[in-house]
Ligand binder design. Sequence first.
Ligand SMILES: [Zn+2]
Length: 260
Amino acid sequence: MYNIRSVCSTAAVLLGLAPFTDAPVMDEVVSLLPGNGANPPAERLLMYNPDAVAWWIFEKYRDLLAPALSMDPLVLKMESVMPSVTPVCFASMYSGLMPADHGIRSYTKPVLTVKTLFDAMIEAGLKPAVCSTGTDSVSMIFRNRDMDYFIFDTPEEVNAKAEELIRADRHHLIVAYNGNYDGSMHRVGPEGEDALAALSANASAWKRLCGAAEEAWAGKRWASAFATDHGCHPLPDGRGSHGEDRPEDMNVVHMWRSGR
Ligand SMILES: [Zn+2]
């Protein structure tokens, strides 16, 4: 099982950049690009980042993820990092480093000072954009780079902006963060009605953004991931949580596809 930090190395290779940590490249993802893998590289990458979609939730509620699965993606069971909380995990996903090495080791949201995928892209003259909400981790820890940030109040606005950016075709990487499953899951539990509605919305959002990419990026080489940060587990009081070193929190689902 790959660790989520392999997302960084793999995304780098997809974009034609050298991996800059020892996180293994996921060759089966690179092979999704038509022809000879990442040679030539992808011209566009869409990273859809829903929060807290556990592997066990994926296995139990595949029907709700049907919009995503209808695109026949490569599905990977991935291992997260400890503590399995949002800033720690997304820092690993986009730096390729374990928490001891990237420096965010608890639920805090400092600006990362280590090299990230965004920095590697900027060095190479490529343009990343981050679409996220409020003071959520993805909005905070990647700041202070010479790139575009679009911060909104709701996931719906994030997804609308991501679609607009895809269609405008000005960025090589578009990151779209959706925290609605996590937010609902904490309140009503991982299998609560509102949480499952958010899960379904996440699957639909990824499909919609990929549909926009198919239109706007037709003729270009591109790839996209549905890549979550950590899982979740129910609490005895009916709410949900994460952050522990247990399979429900540590094993997550990632899905990848390429343009056709
Ligand atoms: Zn999270």
